[in-house]
Design a protein around this ligand. Structure first.
Ligand code: E4P
Length: 218
């Protein structure tokens, strides 16, 4: 399972990269705004800074919602670095844009996916990644994991190459459940990734090992 970090914060990206388990980064306009990054030049510079930290794919989202605008932005975004994947919203023009980019060999991440039907369209258009938002479904009392299971099954039925990128991850249980269901990738905050480290028996076990060592070694 690939681990992406869902942030535009360079310190957090560096920390995850330093752990040696990071496979990529996803960003979105809200995450860029949270870091105070504004203006095309600054935004492009920030994407480049992210690409320089990580080894894997970096999703950069278009702002346009019309076909021509998305094509224009996507074609500019991919000039930043070869790691850039153009993130495109699940709307009709978005599907057209994904098909266009797919024909040109430009990789895409279809975002804001909340149903199996939307995921099927993204795969048919040739998206490299599809991003079902688990946490936001959970927030409205719909089990996001059911959607992951549906998409994994549908893609397997037809051998679609689109990778299932479980997004809107809120904690470690989401990551584990996605791994059980066979999601190809998960993207979540650093806190969800580092929470996987934690177990009280690890902490107490380590404390005892060190105490026993100290007893005889001083
Ligand atoms: C996906 O790529 C999005 O950036 C993200 O996962 C959305 O998560 P949120 O629901 O925590 O905002």
């Amino acid at each position: 399972m690939k681990f992406f970090i869902d942030t535009a914060n360079l310190a957090e990206i560096k920390e995850a990269q330093a752990m040696g388990i990071l496979d990529g980064v996803t960003t979105n306009p809200s995450l860029m705004a949270k870091e105070g990054i504004s203006g095309k030049d600054n935004i492009f510079r920030h994407y480049k800074a992210i690409c320089d930290i990580v080894d894997g794919d970096v999703s950069a989202e278009v702002i346009a919602t019309d076909y021509e605008g998305m094509i224009r932005e996507g074609e500019e975004l991919v000039t930043i670095d070869e790691k850039i994947v153009v993130k495109i919203p699940m709307i009709k023009d978005g599907i057209k844009a994904i098909k266009y980019f797919s024909n040109k060999g430009i990789r895409t991440n279809c975002t804001l996916v909340f149903s199996a039907g939307q995921a099927l369209l993204a795969a048919k258009a040739g998206a490299s990644y599809v991003s079902p938002f688990i946490g936001r479904l959970d927030d409205i009392s719909v089990d996001g994991m059911d959607l992951i299971a549906q998409i994994v099954l549908i893609y397997a039925n037809y051998g679609y190459e689109t990778e299932v990128l479980a997004a809107s991850i809120r904690g470690p249980i989401h990551i584990i459940k996605c791994a059980e269901l066979g999601a190809d990738v998960m993207t979540g905050p650093l806190s969800a990734i580092t929470a996987l480290l934690k177990h009280p028996l690890t902490d107490s076990g380590l404390e005892k090992f060190l105490a026993d060592h100290k007893k005889v070694n001083g």
